[in-house]
Design a binder for this molecule. Structure first.
Ligand code: MV4
Length: 662
């Protein structure tokens, strides 16, 4: 293998380029018009433009990509994840054109493509599957009888669905017929296939997936598991390896089941076998069931790389070259613990809507035990066309607590400005007591949402730290010797300064700082007077020694606005009285506008209808996610300007509400 074309973009393209380069293999990047200036394009040996920004016109064009490979003399194609990575037709097209597809055989992709078929194969192979019905007979009568036999609550899943799409829970037999008809209609529209399967509904599942690897010589190993239970609307938010609290016997059993799953379909390359672990009765004797198999390298593979010490992209390339697996099962072990978070351009504090725009500032952390995989750089545009992930931050440590602490420190240091991000939310999430205890399941984020909101009451010590940061110059004047500069610089500072912080609701705190001859500052205006020696460690890292106890924080100043981050908590402070214009949380004219460009999926209201605060108005699909817009105030619908399937522009008026007085 001399030259690999990477049929992908962003962080995964860069990730593959890194390993290829280390192995002495050249790379070819492909890029859409929107990505012409992207880092992955610069870093590859060669690059080929493949069309307009929409993925359907570029990254998903099989013929164009095959042609790009032929034109550049590539002998292999790595599909990355997403896009064409699990497209059997693409894998086949590679083979047909004499290119090595760095992935499994098309037959294995196809075998796992439909849920019912995958389940049947696994059941046959002795891999545990969720009790249910996955038969050909799709008649109401047959399905209803099966549901009764399984026992409610049950879950209807579209056989062509995936990642949570097309699922419907039914708690009671009386709802069955209506729910089935609706589920089938939805599945038919979404996937062009209205077949469903039924499963016993598990009330407290954990998502535990096992990394497997197979070569073309019949060797299959697993590289232990990842826990990806922390999700929001089927979007993974935190992934870690190994799964916290998983008993060794269960780990062994799941690893063996995953290997069996791979063997059952003649697998070759990197794959992930997703299991659902039913922890409703605790984890000690928890049953686990096969869910689906992902026939690609996954976004979260770095946590596995951290704990096993192997480069999975290197393994993929070696297996694709026909080599035997680099390690045998007995050689593969677990070293420490790794946790990954996905930094997204989204408004985590405002309903998790994606946020687009230019990354005006991007400073990603560099610290021991922390890996950062990113596809963007300062100045990059986060567009509506692709996944809005800014970076993956992955931390490793000898223990889970060490890894978590490192990741929190990394998040505290991360500076990403322009679009809104989930940075502060992620830090609160992995700093949450229940997460630290490993008390996780797929309902975690929903259940703890109230605890994951920002808090803004600072303890006195942090308020003092903020005041110190506001009054400590970043550096001594230059030109004289450091010692003289420091001495005279300190002497030239005002002896006494006051700092006022303004809080929402009109509260104000005034602190007074009195500087001593030795540079120590006495802070008053808080419950207990504090004495500190403050210093900037770098442009945004501030610290103060409070009599032997060191307080550290990332401090960002933007005019009168200060952001202070420490120990995973983010505080926003205002050094000037906020103006009364708070923006329009509730639009006074009652015009509900699209928060971003997108497609209207469904409209729930009609003119003349009355609504209460929080009533759903419509669902907008944007950036591959569904966003539910709700009534910001009670009133009567005055006008509906959009219908199902309409494309809307950012700021376009969707619905108008005649708001009730008061
Ligand atoms: C389930 C389930 C409960 N019972 N199946 C969601 C995505 C898809 N891979 C499988 N999913 C689920 N299947 C049964 N029989 C609950 C989920 C589920 C879930 C699974 C893994 C991670 C997050 C989840 C969030 C909600 C529901």
């Amino acid at each position: 293998m001399r030259r690999i074309l990477i049929a992908n973009r962003g962080e995964i393209a860069r990730r593959i380029i890194r390993t290829a380069r280390r192995m002495g293999i050249e790379t070819v990047a492909v890029y859409s018009d929107a990505d012409a200036g992207a880092p992955h394009v610069r870093e590859a040996t060669l690059a080929v433009g493949i069309g307009p920004a929409p993925a359907a016109e570029s990254y998903l064009k099989i013929d164009t990509i095959i042609q790009a490979a032929a034109k550049t003399g590539a002998d292999a194609i790595h599909p990355g994840y997403g896009f064409l990575s699990e497209n059997a037709q693409f894998a086949q097209a590679c083979h047909d054109n004499g290119l090595i597809f760095i992935g499994p055989p098309p037959s294995a992709i196809r075998a796992m493509g439909l849920k019912d078929g995958a389940k049947k194969i696994m059941k046959q192979a002795g891999v545990p599957v969720v009790p249910g019905y996955q038969g050909e007979d799709q008649s109401l009568d047959r399905l209803e009888r099966s549901a009764r036999a399984i026992g409610y609550p049950i879950l209807i899943k579209a056989v062509a669905g995936g990642g949570g799409k097309g699922m419907r829970r039914i708690d009671d037999g009386s709802e069955f017929a209506d729910a089935l008809i609706a589920a089938k209609r939805e599945a038919g529209r979404a996937f062009g296939n209205d077949s469903v399967l039924l499963e016993k509904y598990l009330t407290k599942p954990r998502h535990v997936e096992v990394q497997v690897f197979a070569d073309a010589h019949g060797n299959v190993v697993h590289l232990f598991e990842r826990d990806c239970s922390l999700q929001r609307r089927h979007q993974k938010v935190v992934e870690e390896a190994p799964a916290p609290g998983l008993p060794e016997a269960l780990r062994q059993a799941m690893g063996e089941a995953a290997v069996k799953a791979a063997q059952a379909i003649g697998y070759v390359g990197a794959g992930t076998v997703e299991f659902i672990v039913d922890v409703s009765e605790g984890i000690d004797r928890a049953p686990f069931y096969f869910m689906e198999m992902n026939t690609r390298l996954q976004v979260e593979h770095p946590v596995t790389e951290f704990i096993t010490g192997y480069d999975l992209v290197e393994w993929q390339i070696r297996v694709a070259r026909g080599e035997a697996l680099p390690a045998a099962q007995a050689d593969i072990g677990i070293n420490g613990h790794a946790v990954e978070v996905r930094l997204y351009a989204e408004d985590a504090e405002g309903g998790f809507l994606p946020s687009t725009g230019r990354l005006d500032k991007l400073e990603l952390p560099q610290r021991t035990g922390v890996r950062v995989d990113s596809g963007v750089e300062q100045g990059s545009e986060i567009s509506i066309h692709y996944d809005p992930m800014i970076a993956k931050l992955i931390a490793h440590g000898s223990t889970r607590q060490v890894a978590i602490d490192r990741l929190i420190a990394a998040l505290d240091e991360t500076i990403a400005e322009g679009p809104k991000t989930n940075r502060a939310f992620l830090a609160r999430l992995i700093g949450h007591q229940a997460f630290r205890l490993g008390d996780i399941d797929t309902g975690f984020i929903e259940r703890h949402l109230a605890d994951l909101k920002p808090v803004n009451d600072l303890p006195d010590r942090l308020l003092a730290l903020a005041a110190l940061a506001a009054t400590t110059p970043r550096q001594a004047p230059t030109g004289t010797s450091p010692w003289e500069a420091l001495g005279s610089w300190r002497l030239n500072l005002p002896h006494q300064q006051s700092v006022d912080f303004y809080f929402e609701g009109g509260a104000k705190r005034s602190l007074t700082l009195t500087r001593g001859e030795d540079g120590a500052v006495t802070v008053t205006g808080i419950d207990e007077e504090l004495v500190a020696s403050p210093a900037w460690r770098s442009a945004h890292q501030f610290e103060a020694d409070f009599g032997g106890s060191l307080a550290r924080a990332t401090v960002l100043l933007d005019g009168p606005a200060m952001e202070l981050r420490t120990a995973g908590q983010t505080f926003r402070l205002n050094l000037r009285e906020a103006s009364l214009d708070k923006g329009e949380a509730v639009p006074r004219d009652g015009r509900i506008k699209a928060p971003m460009p997108g497609k209207v999926l469904s409209v729930f209201v009609k003119p003349g209808q009355s609504v209460q605060v929080g009533d759903r108005l419509l669902v907008l699909e944007a950036m591959k996610m569904e966003h539910r817009l709700t009534a910001p105030a009670a009133g009567t619908i005055r006008a509906v300007h959009v219908g199902d399937g309409d494309q809307v522009a950012d700021g376009g008026v969707l619905v108008e509400i005649e708001m009730e007085a008061g």
